[in-house]
Design a protein around this ligand. Structure first.
Ligand SMILES: [Zn+2]
Length: 85
């Protein structure tokens, strides 16, 4: 069995042109939220991928990041946003 580390895509829920979540959600959670808004009558509720979680490039080999890593703060992975700003 080969282990492939997949990057985790993170989503926002958009309703009426506004992002309604305060932090990014995994696809399943985002779809659940969007469906709830649709059920509530907001037909244009949609999800959009905003970011993805990537393995921190600062820890290579057996060397794990410490809380002092400015990219992942010891989490070993960090969130990369797709927004240009
Ligand atoms: Zn790191």
């Amino acid at each position: 069995m080969t282990e492939t580390k997949q990057t985790e895509a993170l989503f926002s829920v958009w309703v009426g042109g506004a992002e309604i979540n305060n932090y990014y959600l995994p696809r399943e959670a985002a779809e659940r939220v969007a469906k709830a808004w649709k059920d509530y009558g907001y037909e244009d509720a949609t999800i959009r991928q905003e970011a993805e979680k990537l393995e921190c490039p600062n820890h290579e080999g057996n060397f794990d990041c410490t809380p002092f890593c400015r990219l992942c703060e010891g989490e070993q992975e960090y969130t990369k946003t797709k927004k240009g700003n």
